[in-house]
Design a protein. Structure first.
Length: 127
């Protein structure tokens, strides 16, 4: 008997496995080493509703028994209208979250007058 690979995918806590499995083109999970963030990506036929930047995805992979790969945050979504496909990429680091390590991609505007480069760098690093 040959084991068939299986998966489970949650989007913001909701199981979307059945919704996307019939149109799934590809699903990949990259377990990165050390200080690199794990990543997932999947492509589906059809134009699905757009998840927001930072929305959570949870992935399980396996055969008869599924093992949780982790919780990921949506980074990019691309739609190809010619081929009628959608691709979503997510990383284990939530670049949109506030707090330590988060908010990395938040745009901020500020000015520094009569400050040394050291003071500017120190101020930004504390944020």
């Amino acid at each position: 008997m040959i084991n068939k690979p299986s998966f489970k995918l949650l989007a913001k806590g909701k199981d979307i496995t059945q919704k996307i499995s019939k149109n799934l083109i590809s699903l990949s999970y990259e377990d990165k080493e050390k200080d690199e963030s794990d990543e997932i990506s999947f492509s589906v036929f059809g134009l699905y509703s757009k998840p927001l930047f930072g929305d959570s995805l949870e992935l399980w992979l396996g055969y008869e028994k599924l093992y949780k790969c982790g919780t990921f945050s949506v980074n990019t979504l691309s739609k190809n209208y010619t081929s009628n496909t959608t691709e979503i990429r997510a990383t284990a680091i939530n670049f949109s979250a506030k707090g330590i390590g988060g908010g990395i991609k938040q745009k901020k505007t500020r000015s520094f007058e009569n400050s040394s480069l050291f003071n500017i760098a120190s101020t930004i690093a504390k944020e």
